[in-house]
Design a protein around this ligand. Structure first.
Ligand SMILES: [Zn+2]
Ligand SMILES: [Zn+2]
Length: 190
């Protein structure tokens, strides 16, 4: 187990050097690319652990098997506009572990290689897919029936966070994605 963070409820103190060490992982660390100072914990799956969710009107329903690979909070302007939320929490799953039922959700390509899924009937934001993570789907935590089951582990695009929002946590914050962004001081030190 490498030093770092293992979830909001299981944080261990990390030194400044650990928190600001060079980072190699993606916000969506695939099974191949997991590395860096952020420990996303056990990613095994129990077949009985099914997490369900739906859009606001219920036309689109989905289920995800097991724990997500990671959970992050995105502060970027695109997510803000797409979801209407001032932050957007997303849970990264391998594509094969997420099943949809009911009506087919629609896709809006918000930029080249970025596909945002939403309910065509009620407009709820449901998913994010990026070409850089072809095997994964990021499911919006707010669409799950029990979002409290998805404590975040990391902030991304932290520099786009609205100035009046003060989240006093100790989670690592990245300027963009962990794979390419600068690690910023935690919110509690800003
Ligand atoms: Zn709907
Ligand atoms: Zn975003």
């Amino acid at each position: 187990m490498r030093a770092g963070y293992s979830g909001i409820g299981r944080q261990r103190p990390a030194s400044f050097a650990q928190r600001h060490a060079p980072v190699e992982l993606h916000i969506a660390p695939t099974r191949r690319s997991m590395s860096g100072p952020v420990d996303f914990g056990q990613r095994g799956m129990a077949m009985t652990d099914v997490r369900r969710g739906r859009c606001l009107c219920g036309a689109v329903r989905f289920s995800a098997q097991g724990k997500p690979d990671w959970v992050g909070i995105c502060h970027c302007e695109s997510c803000r506009r797409a979801t209407g939320g001032i932050v957007t929490a997303v849970a990264g799953y391998p594509r094969e572990r997420v099943q949809f039922e009911g009506e087919q959700h629609r896709i809006y390509e918000s930029s080249p290689g970025v596909r945002r899924g939403f309910c065509a009937r009620c407009g709820s934001s449901l998913t994010y897919e990026g070409a850089r993570w072809p095997d994964d789907v990021h499911v919006l935590v707010a669409a799950f029936d029990r979002p409290e089951d998805f404590p975040p582990q990391v902030h991304v695009f932290a520099t786009e966070c609205v100035s009046w929002l003060k989240l006093r946590d100790n989670l690592p914050r990245f300027r963009t994605f962990p794979s390419e962004g600068t690690l910023l001081p935690p919110m509690s030190e800003v």
